[in-house]
Ligand binder design. Structure first.
Ligand code: ADP
Ligand code: MG
Length: 406
């Protein structure tokens, strides 16, 4: 794992005051049908970085992507609503928005900023070069700033012009290229768990597919003391053990892999002992609790059962570090949410006892948020895909391009 990166806190006041500080943020927030922001976590979590820069007189220029416009302007994917929300959050600051990213209008808007002002540029993915990590585009972005700050952990696994590209170019120009405070927090928690976990180190993996998380399992197994499995991926392990799985979601092409993981992991890998089953993945179904040896032929496993929750709670009771990725069941449907809720509560209790608890993964973070348990976890990652790639042991291009800590 790479060492610590230089951060905003390492910059001198001379490097900040009156400087054009280009900050890459992840403002890919959820909108409702009327274009209103339904959850502004991705904006509020960048405020520590913005405040640190603005209080020292920076001119903050924000780069962000939104949705998947695929290289051309799509009006519904404009960042304008985000600028409006940011203006409310940064009360008293001048927060401008310009519907241009690197063109004449963007350059003009940058040129008319005062110290302590904020400017949000239009969606970087409106430009065809962005997702290709086009270097000419990265050069144009680099020309807008004297300093580059990457606070977009959620976009750090992509090598795009506004993440890795602009950082590499600005470093080559001798400009400071550092991590924001949110980025630093993500790297400290996730990196700390992998590199020097307090033991016992318990990982919990769930979600829909074993195939999407196989690299995470392989990377975590040597590091953890226990790996608790839930979600649909447990079914593939059940079938590999020779158990009946009814109509459950099973990845038949992963049975050999599941068998191999079970035989090489000793007693580290822990599987559910019971399950909640129903006919369909829908609300309003009659549900049944069964032992894993008794899954009916015409039913599917949609959650872990209460004995499993108790067993996992017991394993978590003396954990020093907990890392959780992927819900235990189809938590979106109330009938199949109890496993995820029970495990989330057990993780929150581990935090209360002094364990470091980390939630990674988009759906897991959403589940913890819905349960109102966010503040009882040590850290809830803002990056779904990025946190998975980090846990797989991959180097994130957006992080690799930043300067190392002094
Ligand atoms: P994360 O985003 O936290 O990494 P995933 O995307 O891997 O999690 O998985 C989340 C999805 O897995 C949820 O939509 C949930 O409904 C689904 N899921 C969990 N358990 C099951 C199951 N037993 N059968 C089918 N789908 C499941
Ligand atoms: Mg997901």
């Amino acid at each position: 794992m790479s060492g610590r990166k230089k951060t905003v806190a390492d910059l001198t006041e001379a490097e900040i005051r009156g400087r054009r500080v280009l900050v890459r943020v992840d403002y890919n927030v959820p909108l409702d049908d009327d274009g209103r922001i339904t959850d502004d976590t991705r904006i509020t979590t960048t405020l520590p970085t913005l405040d640190a820069l603005l209080q020292q007189g920076a001119r903050v220029i924000l780069l962000a992507h939104f949705g998947r416009p695929k290289g051309k302007p799509v009006p519904e994917m404009s960042l304008k609503p985000v600028a409006d929300r940011l203006r409310e959050l940064l009360e008293g600051r001048r927060v401008e928005f310009v519907d241009d990213t690197v063109g004449h209008a963007a350059r003009h808007a940058v040129g008319t900023m005062y110290d302590g002002d904020v400017l949000l540029l239009e969606n970087t993915r409106f430009l065809p070069g962005e997702e290709k990590n086009d270097s000419a585009l990265a050069e144009e972005m680099a020309a807008l700033g004297d300093v580059f700050v990457n606070d977009a952990f959620g976009a750090a696994h992509r090598a795009h012009s506004s993440t890795a590209g602009v950082a590499t170019i600005m470093r080559g120009q001798g400009k400071p290229v550092v991590a924001g405070l949110l980025m630093d927090r993500e790297l400290q928690y996730l990196g700390g768990a992998l590199d020097e976990p307090r033991r016992p180190f318990v990982a919990i993996l769930g979600g829909s597919k074993i195939s999407g998380k196989i690299d995470v399992i392989r990377s975590l197994l040597p590091k953890v003391d226990r790996l608790l499995i839930g979600g649909a991926m447990a079914n593939t392990f059940f079938k590999a053990m020779g158990l009946a799985t009814g109509t459950s979601l099973v990845e038949d092409d992963r049975l050999d892999m599941a068998r191999e993981l079970q035989s090489t992991s000793g007693d580290k890998l822990v599987l559910p002992v019971d399950a909640i089953v129903a006919e369909k993945m829908e609300a309003g179904q009659p549900v049944q609790t069964v032992d894993r040896e008794a899954i009916p032929a015409d039913r599917m496993v949609l959650d872990v059962g209460p004995r499993t929750v108790e067993e996992y709670r017991r394993v978590l009771s003396d954990a020093g570090t907990v890392l959780w990725n992927g819900p235990m069941g189809v938590f979106e449907v109330p009938e199949f949410a109890a496993g995820t809720k029970g495990v989330a509560e057990a993780v929150a209790e581990a935090t209360d006892r002094g364990a470091t608890t980390i939630i990674g993964g988009g759906d897991s973070a959403a589940a913890v948020g819905e349960l109102g348990l966010e503040s009882r976890m040590s850290h809830v990652s803002t990056g779904g895909g990025a946190s998975l790639e980090f846990l797989e042991g991959k180097e994130l291009p957006g992080v690799a391009a930043l300067q190392d800590a002094p």
